[in-house]
Ligand binder design. Structure first.
Ligand code: MOS
Length: 695
């Protein structure tokens, strides 16, 4: 019997390949006769193309073809209209691809793209989200409003009440690897090397779009340089590359530039949120009401579940959560690490801090007093709930005990110092997946699942899961992911990848183990087993399954420049069993770091006049760099939750970002006495607020 692999730190299986440059990404496939694509984007936000002159581009050196709506390969209408590349003269958002130049070199494609002349009949556009509209509606899906009791009456009658409005900006995912595809069309089949978070799901979308059977499309994504949700659905680069390969008969590479990513690969919707909290004087909530407004595209795309954390975090007999969305002339927002739940938690957890001040109560104690017995929305039991344990553990580690609650009284030189706390939660779910496991006569094992390792360590942890299910050493396992020809797996998303793929890998390995001779070290011929988790997931008991966390921040606020430094950031998490501490810590720390970005830096501004995002590169869209990230710590409490999956794990990819913006904002209040209800906490906003507090 080998030492269990799960629960132990293990280096990434592909670490050496990555640091030596041996890992191939989507754009790096060496293929004969390769051609290069370059996207031409619309220069109006809404309208119709009346003329498109491609002759100058076609005459330019090296140009092989120029695809437009007049000549591009036809696609089948899709549920996601944004993928219907070059099918109509209509323009729905600025930057939408209106032509694709294909040339022998990247430089020639780029130069010729400049020569494509497009004439538009432009319509008026609406691109700015406002609480009074236009085009606001209530979505009729699982974001339906949820009511219990009489939230408005209870709020009006409460001895202590809070009402405040919060705003978060649009944010753009900026994974290190921009979106890219290499496409090969041969004998009626399409092969895509694509930078995606899901090979099976990308195939499921791309095949019908091209009118192909599933088995005529193959997606490879062996290595992916990050995604954060922006690669959770296929992007238009995959479609355009496929069209270009089909039209030209050559393999085509297409990279979305960093600037084009701001139009083409999704973003987090801006939000306008209103919180009403009613409480007894001792802090016990009587009423919680949370309303959120977000935006989507004119043809509805993705809608963020902004108010969801409010349905889980605290007890209160009277409650409401509701959402509206505005259909604007913008690209559709999409997944961005902890979609909805992260901006929603910023509003809720800032409001809770405001309530703590109003009740003259320690903010941790306030949260402990509102701990629910069961899921406060559904009445269902929690499979495990570690929020209070995380708050207590964090308080201990962070040194919360002697905190002076008065705001604006601590200084280090010119800097005001404060600390803040916020809770976090994220669902612990899993989706159906299939996996294969194979034993070889040489004593080694292979497992395969249509998973994606987008830099998280998924490949590594799946090997650990397989090793323990087989009862062998993890070094004996070869893991195959990143290929749609493998058994189907869901997307690397919603913090559910490891739980979903891992359940299937576990099942396949258990089944394989039963087929192997108990007394022999290896079979005389390869033995294989497959497993599909659909039935076991359908048979699950009803539990409310969520991860929890507590975030603690210490900030210094420069009273002269308005600059905020996060001097300490601590996250304590209750995420079931931690399967690989090294890669888990890296996920948590990454989430916390992204929370610093959300709190202080990240913001995409809409240009009302021209209808697109004004700042669309890393010079103007700021993410935290090393100098912004000081002392960031992640730790966890042990949980033994038998109601999740065979590994006992909860997702860890997103909860790290969920509470950190509110914890940082609450620390800034504690430092300065100024309450910030709009992100990011820019120096100009800080200076203005400090002027108001200390005129
Ligand atoms: Mo995550 S935003 O579900 O990839």
């Amino acid at each position: 019997m080998s030492t269990p692999a799960l629960g132990r730190s293990r280096s990434r299986a592909e670490a050496r390949l990555k640091v030596t440059g041996g890992a191939r990404y989507a754009y790096e496939r060496p293929l004969d006769g390769i051609a290069y694509g370059w996207i031409v984007g619309a220069t109006v936000a809404r309208g119709t193309i009346t003329a498109i002159d491609t002759e100058p581009a076609r005459s330019a050196p090296g140009v092989i073809d120029v695809l437009t709506h007049e000549n591009a390969p036809r696609l089948q209408p899709d549920v996601d209209s944004e993928l219907e590349a070059l099918q109509s003269p209509k323009v729905a958002f600025r930057g939408q691809p209106v032509a694709l130049v294909v040339a022998a070199t990247l430089e020639e494609a780029r130069e010729a793209a400049r020569l494509v002349e497009v004439t538009y009949d432009a319509d008026e556009h609406r691109v700015v989200l406002r609480e009074d509209g236009p085009r606001l509606y209530e979505p009729d899906d699982d974001l339906q409003p949820s009511f219990r009791g009489e939230p408005e009456a209870a709020w009006s009658a409460a001895p202590v009440s809070i009402e405040a409005s919060y705003r978060t900006p649009a944010e753009h995912n900026n994974p290190m690897e921009p979106h890219a595809t290499t496409a090969v069309w041969a004998d009626g089949t399409l092969t895509l090397y694509d930078s995606t978070q899901g090979p099976s799901t990308t195939r499921d979308t791309i095949a019908p779009l091209f009118g192909l059977d599933d088995d005529a499309v193959r997606i490879h994504n062996e290595h992916v340089g990050g995604g954060f949700g922006s690669k959770g659905t296929p992007r238009i680069n995959a479609v355009l590359a496929g069209q270009a390969a089909k039209a030209t008969g050559r393999p085509v590479k297409l990279a979305v530039t960093r600037q084009q990513m701001f139009d083409l690969t999704g973003y987090r919707t801006p939000t306008i949120q209103t919180l009403r909290l009613g409480a007894e004087r001792d802090g016990r909530l009587t009423s919680i009401a949370h309303h959120a407004i977000g935006q989507t595209a004119a043809t509805p795309g993705f809608l963020e579940p902004t108010t969801m954390p409010t349905r889980v975090l605290y007890a209160a007999p009277h409650r409401r959560s509701s959402q509206q969305v505005a259909a604007l002339d913008v690209p559709s927002p999409s997944w961005f690490r902890a979609p909805g739940r992260c901006p929603g938690t910023f509003a809720l957890e800032t409001a809770m801090d405001e309530l703590a001040v109003a009740c003259d109560l320690d903010p941790i104690e306030l949260r402990v007093r509102n701990e629910p017995e069961v899921d406060p929305e559904t009445g269902v039991r929690f499979s495990s709930r570690g929020l209070v344990a995380c708050l207590r553990e964090g308080a201990e580690r962070f040194g919360w005990a002697n905190r002076d609650p008065r705001p604006g009284v601590r200084r280090r030189g010119r800097k005001l110092v404060g600390t803040g706390v916020a809770s976090a939660t994220y669902p612990a779910s899993r989706s159906p997946a299939e996996a294969v496991a194979r034993a070889h006569p040489d004593g080694r094992f292979e497992v395969g699942v249509g998973a994606s390792d987008i830099g998280t360590g998924a490949r590594t942890v799946l090997g650990q899961i397989a090793a323990d299910a087989l009862g062998v050493d993890a070094d004996l396992i070869d893991v195959h992911v990143g290929d749609s020809a493998l058994p189907d797996g869901p997307v690397a998303g919603d913090s559910a990848g490891t739980a979903s793929w891992g359940s299937a890998v576990h099942g396949a390995c258990r089944a394989l183990r039963e087929q192997l001779p108990a007394d022999a070290p290896a079979p005389s011929a390869p033995v294989e087993a497959v497993w599909d988790t659909t039935d076991e997931i359908e048979a699950e008991d009803d539990w409310s399954r969520h991860a929890f966390g507590a975030h603690f921040a210490e900030v210094e606020v420069d009273v002269d420049t308005g600059e905020i430094r996060v001097t300490r950031l601590l996250g304590v998490f209750a995420c079931g069993r931690i399967l690989n501490p090294r890669t888990a810590r890296s996920q948590f720390v990454g989430g916390l770091t992204m929370g610093i970005g959300m709190a202080l830096l990240e913001e995409t501004t809409t240009d009302e006049r021209y209808g697109d995002f004004l700042n669309h590169d890393l010079a103007q869209y700021h993410v935290p760099v090393n100098a912004d990230v000081l002392d960031v710590q992640a730790t966890w409490i042990d949980e033994d939750d038998r109601h999740l999956n065979p590994m006992g794990s909860k997702g860890i990819g997103e909860i790290g970002i969920v509470g950190s913006p509110a914890a940082i904002g609450n620390a800034v209040f504690h430092a300065t006495g100024a309450r910030f209800r709009e992100l990011p906490l820019r120096p100009d906003r800080v200076l203005q607020a400090l002027g108001a507090v200390n005129p």
